[in-house]
Design a protein around this ligand. Structure first.
Ligand code: FES
Ligand SMILES: [Fe+2]
Length: 451
């Protein structure tokens, strides 16, 4: 592919500055639709939504719509949601039909494997318009991983796994595929999709935006004696605030397990006290879940590998936030240059083999809906103000900390790689740099940029 000029491109010599037009310019937004969303792996649905043969969902991204369906053979396939006769969208939202799909216009039928099974008044069409490959649904690349189905609108895209490492291996260690959705919310945010994601790509905002997370006693203070009892109290308080703030992530079950450890003896040394506490809590959480019949990895092994980042990112639109037994998970989709659909799933572990009903797709709430859990409410409260501020005449570009907000720069420069039409091979290294913990990350070399 030849390189194309990108409007409002990131400047390779100033990777810590983001031109503001990237967040609202309609031409830039169009370019993302044509050159980014058409080529990337996207989380299309959770597998709980399509448990039985014939279960399907409609996944929409901008003006594209895809059917993701569980076949009679239990495999998951995806098709363009357009009848091969005169283009009518076959499905509208989720549903279930073991007999496949019937077009509401003239009744053409398709199996769950996409094959055309019926053309009414078949003899009135010329033979050249009835070639089986031409009248079956157009397949879309589809794979399953991590409890989700993923689609890619680009037939030449490499396999899913090769595009989402090291995120995939990281979350495999956590046995993400054993987690299920406990609840699922959606929010309509009046901001660009990148702005929405970037609220979760650094930790710099936490002290100011989430003041309840400033908890004294969690970390030793200079010149103050360390009090293990107070430390333990503070840790329990932190777990409760996180659990209530996210309505999950630190699951209420894990908080209860932690509260049962109030009497644990902790060493007087602060580093040893923290290590002992984490080890004890990890072991107790694992023990509790295994007794309930839940598949859960050894959390102390994960801790020993250093894989306890609270947030893991998968370009371009998916996050997992693992904490002890459970996790929150985010997906973002652009609805327009200044409008984004964000979804949150609260994931936890359930007894193996237990039947659970399919979660219902949520009606999106406004960003300031009182039902939004407290921590996202705080994150959302800044977003519309930031989107508005970008339009200020005196504001030209965002200035990032190259040391701790580098992920945001790496994210934008990777997007430019797509908008320039770089090949999947050229972009592979950039994806490896992005599909990882986004917090406290520096600006890094993405491998494809010329200076
Ligand atoms: S458009 Fe689908 S049967 Fe005619
Ligand atoms: Fe936040």
């Amino acid at each position: 592919m030849t390189d194309r000029q990108v409007p409002f491109a990131m400047d390779a010599d100033a990777p810590d500055r983001i031109p503001k037009e990237r967040y609202y310019d309609p031409a830039f937004f169009e370019r993302e639709a044509d050159a980014l969303w058409s080529r990337v792996w996207q989380m299309a649905c959770r597998l709980e939504e399509i448990q039985q043969p014939g279960d399907y969902v409609e996944y929409s991204i901008l003006d594209q719509s895809v059917i993701v369906v569980r076949g009679d053979d239990m495999s998951v396939r995806a098709f363009q949601n357009a009848c091969r006769h005169r283009g009518v969208r076959l499905v509208d939202g989720p549903g279930s039909s073991t007999s496949g799909f019937t077009c509401p216009f003239h009744g053409w039928c398709y199996g769950t494997d996409g094959a055309n099974t019926f053309v009414s008044r078949r003899g009135t069409f010329a033979e050249h318009n009835l070639e089986p490959a031409d009248i079956s649904l157009v397949p879309v690349q589809c794979e399953t991983w991590g409890g989700c189905a993923w689609i890619n609108l680009d037939d030449s895209a490499p396999p899913l796994r090769s595009c989402i490492e090291p995120f995939a291996s990281y979350m495999d260690t956590w046995q993400l595929d054993n987690m299920r959705a406990e609840w699922w919310y959606a929010f309509r945010l009046p901001v660009n999709w990148k702005l929405a994601e970037e609220a979760f790509m650094e930790q710099y905002h936490v002290l100011e935006t989430h003041p309840q997370l400033r908890i004294p006693g969690r970390y030793p203070m200079k010149g103050k004696a360390f009090d293990p009892k107070m430390f333990l109290e503070s840790e329990l308080h932190y777990l409760r605030v996180m659990s209530e703030g996210m309505a999950g992530m630190v699951h209420a079950n894990d908080v209860k397990v932690a509260e049962g450890l109030q009497d644990v003896e902790l060493p007087a040394d602060p580093v040893e006290a923290r290590a002992t506490w984490e080890r004890t809590l990890n072991a107790a959480v694992v023990e509790w879940h295994r007794a309930e019949g839940h598949a859960i990895p050894d959390l102390n092994e994960i801790e020993a590998k250093g894989m306890t980042e609270p947030m893991v990112y998968c370009f371009p639109h998916f996050f997992v936030l693992p904490m002890y037994s459970s996790a929150s998970s985010y997906r973002f989709r652009p609805l327009g240059p200044e409008e984004t659909l964000m979804e949150i799933w609260s994931l936890t572990r359930f007894p193996e083999g237990e039947e659970r009903s399919a979660p219902t797709p949520p009606d999106p709430w406004a960003h300031d809906d009182p039902r939004v859990p407290p921590i996202p409410t705080q994150d959302f409260s800044n977003l519309p103000r930031q989107q508005q501020g970008l339009h200020s005449k005196g504001f030209e570009y965002m200035r990032l900390s190259e040391q701790i907000e580098g992920h945001i720069s790496n994210f934008h420069r990777t997007i430019d790689g797509y908008l320039q039409g770089k090949s999947h091979a050229e972009l592979a290294h950039a994806l490896e740099e992005l599909n990882i913990n986004p917090l406290e990350r520096p600006v890094v070399d993405l491998g494809f940029e010329q200076r």
